[in-house]
Design a protein. Structure first.
Length: 474
């Protein structure tokens, strides 16, 4: 009993002391006797990382930076096959966010910075380029001479035509008139193929076809000098995989009937074949020059297309053309240009596949072929897209419209977050105004993708695809 009473007295004493402290504390409080305490550490800066990888057509293009940077990626992300007659052709790539910055602080954008029809420049007549189509390749530094280039043709789809219909003079109308046509060629094919011709159609369609040079399946060169089919054939063969320069002259030797002429074929500076004669004249056709194509009805070949490489196609429509080709062959582009100084047309064919022609075009005039093809750039995870004028946005949850195909500026799409992957798909299709003339034309469309920080724009990573593979095939 005494011990228990002692414990109660101690508890009362402690309680009494706590009350005294509480009252004393309350006397100095501002809000009902309570004081809030905030514990704070020193300010700390958080550092984020930025970096993206595009994986496309077995190629990786990676860019990482702490501020702003840009990169020209190799190859292209656009479809390489021609636009189909119905539906679309598509190609996809994967975008990986290698950084740590949240998606909410990133703005992803895409652009089509320009669009134009790829041309092959004419050094003698700038307004009359050749327009390459389908599987035409460019080798600006690989030609038959120093500083020369070439184009390659696939033997199944590729060819080129000029844009101005022109009348070919008839040498037979004036005694001694001489005209000439020449080109460098290289092939090792066993099927032969047309090297050049002039025809009334601005595309690969049979019309009035004349002045055809082709290689037969044995490797002999054959020149068809008029629409009636009169021809001259070389005894030698030239499908040996080496560069050769062939030059054909057409000369009138009797004007009484305009049907007495001489055709001479020179290869590598040597006269190798002569044709023509009495009652064999020339035609006076008006048409477009074709490289790598001629109708099988004129050649008897199994294909209308040439497989191989071509360089420096020259036409002399003003008499007198050079009497023969140089012997020996020029070893530099400069030396060849000296010989070809009087050419009416000279396509060196050393183009990069990135120069463009604005028109006017045969058939469609000043209308841009770029307005006749749709492009849609779609994204998933998250979903969004940017489109060209006539393309549909139905497949996208949200979309940004490229208001013009040519230069609409940067269009915003949904952003991917850290360690995330995003599928990007580019599709092309024919628009409602598509015209058959543009079939196979190369439309140079440099595409761009960038990611930048928001709202401060303190960094921006930009990917561009500016090479020849940026061309879509219409």
């Amino acid at each position: 009993m005494i011990e228990r009473r002692g414990r109660l007295l101690k508890a009362a004493a402690l309680l009494s002391a706590g009350a005294v402290l509480l009252v004393g504390f309350s006397a100095s409080a501002t809000y009902g006797g309570y004081i809030g305490t905030v514990t704070n550490s020193a300010d700390a800066a958080s550092t984020g990382t930025t970096g993206y990888t595009h994986t496309y057509q077995s190629t990786n293009c990676t860019l990482a930076a702490t501020t702003s940077a840009s990169i020209n990626c190799p190859g292209g992300i656009a479809p390489t096959s021609a636009t189909p007659s119905s539906g679309s052709i598509s190609v996809s790539d994967v975008i990986t966010d290698n950084g740590t910055i949240p998606a909410q602080q990133i703005s992803e954008q895409v652009s089509a910075t320009s669009c134009g029809v790829v041309d092959l420049a004419n050094q003698a007549e700038a307004t009359n380029p050749l327009l390459p189509r389908y599987g035409t390749g460019y080798s600006p530094s690989t030609g038959p001479m120093t500083s020369s280039g070439s184009i390659s043709l696939d033997g199944s789809t590729a060819y080129a035509t000029d844009v101005i219909s022109q009348a070919q003079p008839n040498p037979g109308l004036t005694l001694g008139n001489r005209y000439g046509i020449g080109v460098w060629f290289k092939t090792s094919g066993a099927t032969g193929g047309p090297i050049f011709e002039i025809g009334t159609s601005p595309v690969n369609a049979t019309g009035g076809d004349d002045r055809i040079l082709y290689m037969n399946s044995s490797g002999h060169l054959v020149f068809v000098q008029n629409t009636g089919g009169s021809s001259t054939t070389t005894p030698g063969t030239y499908n040996d995989g080496a560069w050769h320069f062939v030059y054909v002259t057409m000369t009138a030797v009797n004007v009484l009937l305009s049907l007495d002429s001489t055709t001479t074929i020179y290869v590598d500076g040597q006269s190798v074949a002569t044709g023509g004669g009495l009652l064999v004249g020339y035609s006076s056709d008006t048409g477009y020059w074709h490289l790598g194509w001629a109708p099988t009805s004129k050649t008897g070949l199994s294909s209308s297309y040439f497989s191989g490489s071509l360089s420096n196609f020259v036409v002399f429509d003003t008499s007198p053309a050079p009497a023969s080709s140089p012997n020996p062959n020029p070893t530099t582009q400069a030396a060849f240009n000296t010989w070809a100084a009087a050419a009416t047309e000279q396509w060196e064919l050393n183009d990069t596949g990135t120069t463009t022609f604005a028109g006017p075009f045969p058939v469609i005039g000043s209308t841009s072929p770029c307005t006749m093809v749709n492009i849609m750039w779609g994204f998933t995870t998250p979903t969004s897209c940017a489109v060209a004028p006539e393309s549909t946005t139905a497949a996208c949850t949200t979309s940004a419209s490229l208001t013009t195909f040519v230069a609409a500026g940067w269009q915003t799409v949904a952003s991917v977050g850290p360690s995330g992957t995003q599928t990007s798909t580019i599709s092309i299709s024919r628009g409602s105004s598509y015209n058959a003339y543009i079939s196979g034309l190369h439309l140079y469309v440099p595409l761009g993708y960038r990611a930048q920080s928001i709202p401060s724009l303190s960094w921006s990573l930009t990917f561009s695809w500016p090479g020849a593979t940026a061309a879509l095939t219409a």
